[in-house]
Design a binder for this molecule. Structure first.
Ligand code: UDP
Length: 327
């Protein structure tokens, strides 16, 4: 075996999960090439890595042809808008990065004889009729609804990744990521956790959509990254759920944020967005059996660290309008 340093590409490197993956693979002694077109990503998430000789940044839209000189051992495809307000605002780019982007990276992996792991999502289950969700469930997705651009791009991504595995013998991995939170989420990305914390910090009411009885299961980012690392290093090419099975209602979640932040602001109720899944909880039996993985971080601890991160941001960040962002 050669003693060459392994080279790992992370797409979406300036995003929430991508930047944590860069940290992890650098810590494991890899050379890391981070790619991002910076539409939803933020270079500040990578600022601490820029001085490292083991880290290289490509300002690259992976929906266009991707060229990388030299050897590549692993590709982790995490580029995509990932919050409902982002993919509603840039639906075509969302479809392209999940489809054309994945195709380009599969081609690159084939050329380099690299292993590729693609970031899929619990959204492939849509508004699930099976609960909790196992990998064998095919989902309940509205292809032409507002979330369809994300859900169907990711479903296509799984299909083409599996086809490259079957027909070209490529080493592929598919992770189905459930709701994840932690430092480096964008405070204005519109998702429940940053929305509630941002509202509490600004002294505004917490906006619960619908009656708040819909459920989610929130996984701390460190646990997720560990699961992804183990999956990449496994030999399993089918989709694997990685998420935290501890399920709560969104109303309870808002109440937790009220208690954590000490805000005296009330909860206000707004209409439920179209096709908002009513329940979501991963069945992680496969990840447990295959990877010996399960989440370790309790929500109280993860939320405290996340709140500390948001509090540490410059005040003007707290007030940035979600819809004021230029795309
Ligand atoms: N949600 C909410 N208030 C907000 C933002 C989101 O009640 O300000 C709800 C949303 O309708 C959904 C849940 O919280 O039922 C989780 O939404 P998020 O956007 O975080 O993720 P996803 O729907 O993709 O799981």
């Amino acid at each position: 075996m050669s003693s060459r340093t392994p080279v790992t590409i992370v797409t979406g490197a300036a995003g929430f999960l991508g930047s944590h993956l860069c940290d992890r693979f650098l810590a494991e002694g890899h050379k890391v090439i981070g790619m991002d077109n910076l539409i939803t990503g933020d270079l500040r998430n990578l600022a601490h890595l820029m001085p490292s000789p083991a880290f290289e940044f490509y300002h690259q839209d992976v929906s266009r042809f991707v060229h990388v000189p030299g050897p590549v051992d692993n590709i982790l495809h995490f580029a995509s808008p990932a919050s409902p307000i982002d993919y509603l605002k840039i639906p075509i780019q969302t479809l392209k990065v999940g489809s054309l982007g994945t195709h380009n990276l599969l081609g690159l992996a084939r050329d380099k004889k690299a292993r590729i792991l693609v970031a899929s999502t619990s959204e492939v289950y849509g508004d699930p009729l099976v609960h909790p969700q196992t990998e064998s469930y095919w989902g309940n997705v509205n292809p032409v609804g507002p979330r369809g651009v994300y859900d169907e791009a990711k479903r296509f991504q799984e299909a083409i990744t599996m086809a490259y595995h079957t027909y070209h013998g490529l080493e592929t991995r598919i992770v189905r990521i459930f709701n994840t939170y932690g430092p480096r989420m964008r405070l204005n990305d519109g998702r429940a956790l940053p929305a509630f914390i941002g509202q509490a910090l600004r002294g505004e009411p917490l906006t619960v959509f619908g009656d708040g009885s819909q459920t989610r299961s929130f996984c701390y980012v460190d646990d997720l990254i560990e699961g992804i690392y183990r999956l990449l290093n496994s030999d399993y090419s089918g989709p694997v759920n990685i998420g935290n099975p501890h399920e709560i209602t969104i109303r309870e979640f808002a109440e937790e944020i009220q208690a954590l932040t000490g805000t005296d602001q009330p909860i206000t109720y707004l209409p439920l967005p179209q096709d908002d899944p009513k329940q979501r909880r991963p069945d992680i039996t496969l990840a447990r059996d295959l990877l010996g993985w399960e989440p370790k971080v309790r929500r109280a601890d993860g939320l405290r660290d996340t709140l500390d991160y948001f509090r540490s941001l410059p005040r003007e960040e707290w007030f940035k309008e979600a819809h004021g962002r230029e795309f």
